[in-house]
Ligand binder design. Sequence first.
Ligand SMILES: [Fe+2]
Ligand SMILES: [Fe+2]
Length: 310
Amino acid sequence: MIVDQTALLIELEPVVAENLDRHLSLAKEWFPHEYVPWSEGRTFDGLLNGEPWREDDSAIPDVARTALIVNLLTEDNLPSYHHEIATLFGRDGAWGTWVHRWTAEEGRHGIALRDYLTVTRAVDPTALERARMTHMQAGYANAHPEEMMHSIAYVAFQELATRISHRNTGKATGDPMAEQLLARVAADENLHMVFYRNLLAAAFDLDADKAMRAVADVVAGFEMPGANIEGFQRRALSIALAGIYDLRQHRDEVLQPVLRQWNVFGRTGLTAEGEKARDELAAHMESLDVQATRFEEKREARRLRQIQKP
Ligand SMILES: [Fe+2]
Ligand SMILES: [Fe+2]
C-alpha cells in the first residue's frame, strides 16, 4: 500500500492525539530560573561598566564549553525548525497542538542554557551572541521537505542524539549544577524522541515499505541540526574525541535502539522495495560499525601518544 502525504497526515492524527496526551501526562513542568545560580553573576563590561569576560572566569573544561555552545546554538535555531515542522505537519488539530507545545519546550532549553552560561561566565558572551546571529541567519532547512515519514524518522533519531549529547556534555562540565540542568533538558529530549518514535512505529504499520525507505535514507544521510554552525566540523571532532558524542554512540546509543523499537530487522511482509531499503540500511549500519571502531582506535592511539609525551 502506498500512502500519500495528506492521507498519512490524516491517518496519523489519532496517533498524534494519543501520544500528545501521553506526552502531556509525563512531561514535568520546570523552570529555567531555578537552575541558575544568579547570585554568582557579575555585571559585564560595556554599558554598565562591569568586568569583561575572561577565560578563567569559569573552570569548565574547553571541550565542555565547545559542546555547550554547539548544544545551545542548536536549541537557538528553534524558529527555523518550527517553521519546517509546522509547514510539513500543519497547525490544525492534534498536529498543531503538538508542534506548538514542542516549540515551547525547546524554547525553554535555549533560555535555560543561555541564562546558565551567562551568569556563570562559562563562555564568552560576545562570541556566543555573534555565533547565534550567524547560525540563525543561516537558518535550517529540512533535508526531506516533501517526505513526512523521512522527517518523522529524522526527528526521532535527532531527539535521542540531543538527549545523549546534553547528558554527556553535562558530565563533561565537571559542574554539578550544569549537569543537573543538562540532565533536565535531556529528560525532555527523551520524551520528544518517544513521541516521534511512536509516530513512525504507526507509520510502519500503515506502509512498511515506505517507512523502511525513509529510515534507510535518513540513517544514510544523517546530520545533526547544528551541522551548519560555523566551525562545526572542528567542534564536532573535539566533542567526539572527548567521548561526548562520537560515531560509536551515534550508532549504538541512537540509531540502534530506535531501529530495534521499530523491529526493523525482524519485520516480515515487506515487498522487494522494502527489502532493498532494509539491505541498504543493514549495509550502512555495518559500515558505521567499521568507521566507529576505526575512530576509537585512532582516539586511543592519540591518547597513548599524549600520555607518553615528556
Ligand atoms: Fe531541546
Ligand atoms: Fe527536543
